[in-house]
Structures are given as structure tokens and as C-alpha cells.
Design a protein around this ligand. Structure first.
Ligand code: PA5
Length: 481
């Protein structure tokens, strides 16, 4: 048997805007004409990292560029200082939790859970939670709460861990743990769910305070209410969301990496993919730079074609949550000062049957970016013959033997052709496959693009001051003075 392990694939993702340019609404010359500004926006984005690190933040400015070189820093630290590195600590805690319980509940909202959900749905078995533990490779199920105040969904999750209010047994398959994620440590939705599930967890360990503390892993800022609560509980593992990394940019901190590692996602490959995208972003000339080309096309489509709605069309069910993570990233980062495109995630072909009509014939205010996956991870399904129960009543005999990916390719080609005929602008992000390295590249590409676009149009992409308004009025109703 060979001792040489096959090298896992590291193919790059590609961005192809040729169909958008072919509509004539924007041209290659327009894009090339933007090169100097795109280059300047890249330089500013990268310079922000040094400015922030050297304490050069301007008075009143929110500056959170720490996510940019985070993948490189985590990997370098892991390679050089292994056992004292942050990544090592994350992997150790992941192993401890994985071996101790069969369900992990992530409590968080916005940037504190959407990235985790994106990773889980993209990288794990599509029915991970439904599989028995053995078929999950001994990895726990993953559930999410704390992102709303929905009475019945919180009750529904309690039904699973404490049916009729009574704790389950101490059998491994009945044991559970919770990760509480909040950078500020004070977000109401997450905080009320934390109380609720702490109560159930305490009951489930029969009030054993040491076990209780072991089953709660807070991921939060250096100080705040959650950090204080973690200390009171005596949690042995508490992870930091570093300063300079905002919530929606935190997927490559413990926020995303710890739950991802618990469910068996290869987080080193994820970071390697993100670092590979960083290299391309820093080094590739504007015309070959996927981040800068993506920003340029989005910006021009908005400025010259009225494309204020950015449709991310995911040609895989597994990318829906990644699209929703991106919706949040773009909305909260650039939806400011009465500016900013509106993102919209669709899953195709599913949503061709719900939104296709409008995208084909409706208002001309959309740029459609397809997320296209090159090869499936599993064996290719082929259309079977009808059994002895029928004789081509469904009129599919002509397709017998045609593989699922080939049918999807026809759907992509057909949809793009229909849009091209109607001069609807489309572009493609081509993913060789969906695995950790590719997902790492894609997430980093979209975060970089969001920040570069902010710098291009003069919108600070960091912070989300507008979100405070609802919190203020909500709290005034809950605690009238
Ligand atoms: O991007 C952001 O910063 C927000 O979406 C936050 O992640 C979200 O509001 C949750 O905040 P916190 O982590 O402080 O609970």
C-alpha cells in the first residue's frame, strides 16, 4: 500500500462576467476604465489592516479589517507554535465536545450564526442531523437557536433535548452542549435563548456544576455580559472574537471554526482556501483579479444599467445558506446613507418556478450572478428506466441514462440563453466543486469584495449603526422608564 497520500484539490474558483458584457449595457472598456479606481480601492482595503493595527483609527470611525489576514495568521501560528495556537485550542475543544455529546446547539444571530450555517450546509452531508451517529462519523448533530424570539421554534428545540420539560438520560446519544455566540455579549435574542437553554442544560446534568460548565462554550468579545456569565459559570473553554473582526466578517474565527470542526469540517483546508484567495486578491492584476472584477461588474451594472438588485443564483441546494450569509454581509455593510444594492439569494432551478418570471420579464433592475458547481461530490445519478409498472407514460424514455449533473448543465445553459436573449445581465462564479478549499475561497472573495466596493463608492463597510434603532425602541417597550 502506498504511504503517499493523494494531494487534495486546490483548484481556483473563477469569475466570468462575459455574458453581462455581451448585453452591451456595460463593456470591457468600461471595466478597464475602472481599473485605476479598483486598484486604489484594493490598496485602501489592504492599508486599512496596517492602519488599524498601528492604532490609526480616526475618531468615531468603525474599522474592522482584522478578517483580511486572519486566515494567513491562524495558519502561520498553527504551523509555528502548534500547541499554543488559537487553531489548536479550537481543534482540542471541538474534539472534547464531539466525544462528549450527540447534539450541539449554536445560539447566535446575524454574523454570529449565519456563517456557521453556511459552512454546515455547504460542507456536511445534506441530511447530517437525520443520520445515526455512526453514519455521521461520531460527529454531533447541529441545531441553531437564538436568532429570533419565536416561541414555538424554541419550544420545538426544547422538545428534542428535554421532552415535556424532563431531561433525557445521560446516555451519549442524549447528551448535548451549547455554543453561545455574541460579540457584544448583550444581543437580546441570543441572551434570552441562552437563559432558556442554560436552564434546560443544568437540569439535564442533574445540577452538576462541573459538567454544566463543560457543556457551555461561549464565543464572545473580551468583555461584556456574556463574558461575565461565562466566568460565573466557570466555563473551561471560552473563545474570543478578536477586536478588529466584525460579526459578519467573523466566520474564520472560533465563531465559524469551532462548530465547523465539531461537525467534521476540515477547517485547515477552509483557511487554506481563504488564504489562497487573499494571495490572488493581493497579487493579481486588476483584469485577472476575481475580487476586483466582481466588484467592477456589480458597480457598473448598478451605475449604468440600473442593476440595484443583485441576485445570487445558487445552482446547488447546499449553497443557499451561504447566499443568505452573503445577503447579510452586503446589506449590513453597504446599505447605508440611502445607498447600496439589494442582495437576493435564489436557489435554481427551484426558484425559476417562483421568481423566474420576474427575472426574465420584470423590471430591469437586476444583475444575476450564478454560483455554478463543476462536479458533484457524490456518484452521478442517472435516470432509470421505468419498471414493469409502466411504458413511458411520463415521456422520459429519451432521457434514460442521462446524468443529473448533465440535466443541471442543460438547465444552466438554457436559463443563461433565455436571459441573454432578453439582454438580462448575468455573470458566473465557477466553483470546481463544493469542498472546504473552495468554500474558503468563496467566503473570503465575497468578504473582500464587499469591503473593496465600500472603499470604491465611499461607504464605510464596517459597523451597522442603523440596526441600533429597532433595539432602542424594542427595549423602550420592554422596560418603559
Ligand atoms: O455583522 C454584525 O456585526 C451583526 O450582524 C452581528 O453579528 C449581530 O448583530 C449579532 O451581534 P452580536 O454578535 O453582538 O450578538
Amino acid at each position: 500500500m502506498s504511504v503517499v497520500r493523494p494531494q487534495p484539490a486546490t483548484d481556483p474558483i473563477h469569475y466570468d462576467p462575459s455574458a453581462a458584457l455581451a448585453t452591451g449595457g456595460i463593456s470591457r472598456a468600461d471595466l478597464d476604465g475602472l481599473a485605476v479606481r479598483l486598484d486604489a480601492a484594493r490598496a485602501e482595503t489592504l492599508a486599512d489592516v496596517d492602519r488599524w493595527r498601528s492604532g490609526g483609527t480616526r475618531p468615531g470611525e468603525v474599522l474592522d479589517p482584522g478578517f483580511i489576514d486572519l486566515p494567513d495568521r491562524l495558519l502561520a501560528d498553527y504551523q509555528t507554535s502548534r500547541t499554543t495556537s488559537e487553531l489548536f485550542a479550537i481543534l482540542q475543544t471541538a474534539r472534547r465536545i464531539r466525544d462528549a455529546v450527540d447534539r450541539v446547539i449554536v445560539l447566535g444571530i446575524g454574523g454570529s450564526y449565519m456563517g456557521t450555517r453556511a459552512l454546515f450546509e455547504a460542507c456536511c452531508h445534506p441530511f447530517h442531523n437525520e443520520l445515526p451517529r455512526g453514519e455521521r462519523g461520531g460527529r454531533p448533530r447541529l441545531s441553531f437557536e437564538g436568532f429570533n424570539m419565536d416561541n414555538d421554534s424554541a419550544q420545538g428545540l426544547l422538545d428534542l433535548v428535554a421532552p415535556a420539560g424532563a431531561p433525557r438520560s445521560d446516555d451519549l446519544l442524549d447528551r448535548w452542549a451549547m455554543l453561545v455566540v455574541s460579540k457584544s455579549g448583550g444581543t437580546l435574542e441570543t441572551a434570552i435563548a441562552t437563559r432558556l437553554f442554560l436552564q434546560a442544560l443544568s437540569a439535564s446534568v442533574g445540577g452538576d456544576t462541573a459538567q454544566f460548565a463543560q457543556r457551555v462554550v461561549p464565543i464572545t468579545g473580551k468583555s461584556g455580559r456574556l463574558a461575565d456569565l461565562a466566568q460565573a459559570i466557570g466555563c473551561p473553554d471560552v473563545f474570543d472574537i478578536p477586536d478588529g473582526v466584525g460579526g459578519r466578517f467573523s466566520v474564520f474565527t472560533a465563531v465559524g471554526l469551532l462548530p465547523a470542526s465539531i461537525v467534521g469540517i476540515d477547517v485547515v483546508r477552509l483557511l487554506e482556501g481563504a488564504a489562497a484567495m487573499n494571495r490572488r486578491f493581493r497579487e493579481a492584476p486588476v483584469a485577472e483579479n476575481p475580487v476586483l472584477q466582481y466588484v467592477g461588474v456589480g458597480h457598473l451594472a448598478e451605475a449604468k444599467m440600473g442593476g440595484t438588485i443583485r441576485v445570487l443564483s445558487a445552482w446547488s441546494n447546499r449553497l443557499e445558506s451561504l447566499g443568505l450569509w452573503y445577503d447579510q454581509l452586503l446589506s449590513e455593510s453597504l446599505g447605508k446613507d440611502e445607498k447600496g444594492a439589494t442582495p437576493l439569494t435564489v436557489v435554481t432551478t427551484r426558484d425559476l418556478h417562483s421568481r423566474g418570471q420576474q427575472h426574465q420579464d420584470g423590471r430591469r433592475d437586476k444583475l444575476i450572478t450564478n454560483l455554478i458547481v463543476g462536479e458533484p461530490r457524490r456518484d452521478r445519478l442517472a435516470l432509470p428506466k421505468l419498471g414493469s409498472y409502466g411504458h413511458d407514460q411520463d415521456k422520459l424514455d429519451a432521457l434514460v441514462g442521462t446524468a443529473w449533473p448533465d440535466m443541471l448543465t442543460a438547465a444552466i445553459g438554457g436559463t443563461n440563453e433565455a436571459y441573454a436573449q432578453a439582454r438580462r445581465p448575468t455573470a458566473d462564479i465557477l466553483l470546481p466543486r463544493i469542498d472546504e478549499h473552495v468554500v474558503g475561497q468563496l467566503l473570503q472573495m465575497l468578504m473582500l469584495a464587499t469591503v473593496v466596493e465600500g472603499r470604491l463608492v465611499g461607504t464605510n463597510p464596517y459597523g451597522q449603526p442603523g440596526v441600533e434603532a429597532y433595539k432602542k425602541f424594542m427595549m423602550a417597550r420592554l422596560r418603559p422608564s
